[in-house]
Write a protein that binds this ligand. Structure first.
Ligand code: HEC
Ligand code: HEC
Ligand code: HEC
Ligand code: HEC
Ligand code: HEC
Length: 174
């Protein structure tokens, strides 16, 4: 084939790839923001963290010390619900599961792909608040994912000069 045509073809292909990559990273469509799956127990953040002002870390204590914030075990719920609202069928369901040593199969909402490195501890140590990334959870009756958690979203914050956060690929990719 004609050498010039090959070069032109390569150039066009490159432009298409770069263009597609740009479109992919700049338009956060196809991400899970707004995702609000039905949970096996209608657990209400606006009641617990809002009305009763239970601190986030009372239940998500691992956020400060590890990669994952994790969802609390039923022991934590039973601290109150062994005496609070024991006439509720939901609380009876929780109590039964707890007494059998079972757990509640909560549906996971926020989920990064395996090839992304993320760590709660480091962000909290720098003073980034829960609501910056998760929205006003204390107002949510049913928890929903507020932000896209896309690469563009992460990098937008890392690039802000006041944050002094790393932006090289291997910061977030293994
Ligand atoms: C009394 C315990 C309790 C408190 C307090 C609490 N949470 Fe939760 N949180 C849960 C439970 C249980 C779930 C799992 C069920 C659900 O998603 O609603 C959960 C789920 C979440 C999730 C989604 C987890 C996932 O699957 O991705 C986030 C984010 C979250 N909580 C943030 C917060 C923040 C921020 C606060 C404080 C404003 C807070 N929580 C206070 C118990 C609690
Ligand atoms: C810098 C952004 C950021 C901050 C700040 C942050 N989170 Fe998260 N959170 C995330 C991301 C991203 C995920 C998904 C992590 C994954 O899939 O590995 C997540 C997941 C979670 C989960 C699901 C379980 C898990 O660890 O994967 C809970 C619960 C949670 N966050 C609670 C909190 C609470 C409570 C705070 C404040 C104490 C907080 N987060 C602060 C970004 C953040
Ligand atoms: C610090 C105390 C405390 C903790 C811990 C706690 N709750 Fe509650 N919960 C309450 C209070 C107070 C109410 C409101 C009771 C009322 O309406 O009289 C409530 C109400 C509820 C209800 C509504 C029950 C109904 O039928 O109206 C559910 C469901 C519930 N909690 C689930 C949980 C789960 C799941 C956990 C653990 C992740 C948990 N709670 C942890 C204090 C707590
Ligand atoms: C609201 C701002 C903000 C958002 C959003 C954010 N980060 Fe960060 N991130 C920071 C700051 C600030 C640091 C610097 C922490 C330090 O210097 O210890 C950081 C540091 C990191 C580090 C370095 C930790 C280490 O061990 O060296 C990783 C990895 C990281 N972020 C991943 C992510 C990923 C992945 C996302 C998106 C899912 C994300 N971040 C979203 C502010 C943010
Ligand atoms: C601050 C964190 C962060 C940095 C820095 C970062 N990425 Fe990402 N990257 C992510 C997150 C989060 C995802 C998953 C969400 C998404 O696809 O947007 C991702 C996804 C990707 C994907 C997969 C897209 C797909 O089609 O599934 C590629 C490829 C990628 N990144 C390449 C890079 C390269 C190359 C760099 C360096 C120029 C880089 N990333 C720097 C956070 C980051």
């Amino acid at each position: 084939m004609n050498n010039h045509l090959v070069k032109l073809g390569l150039a066009v292909t490159t432009i298409l790839i770069v263009g597609a990559a740009f479109a992919f990273f700049s338009t956060p469509t196809g991400y899970n923001n707004g995702y609000a799956p039905e949970q096996p127990i209608p657990y209400d953040h606006s009641l617990h963290a809002g009305t009763y002002k239970i601190p986030c870390q009372y239940c998500h204590s691992n956020a400060e010390s590890s990669r994952h914030a994790t969802v609390p075990s039923l022991n934590i719920c039973m601290n109150c619900h062994k005496s609070v609202k024991t006439d509720s069928p939901w609380i009876q369901k929780i109590t039964k599961a707890h007494d059998r040593g079972e757990s509640i199969p909560w549906v996971k909402v926020n989920m990064l792909p395996d090839y992304v490195r993320f760590n709660h501890k480091r962000h909290l140590a720098k003073g980034v608040q829960c609501d910056t990334c998760h929205g006003a959870v204390e107002q949510m009756q049913t928890y929903y994912q507020k932000e896209s958690l896309s690469m563009g979203w992460c990098i937008e914050c890392h690039r802000r000069p006041e944050n002094n956060a790393p932006t090289s690929c291997d910061t977030c990719h293994y």
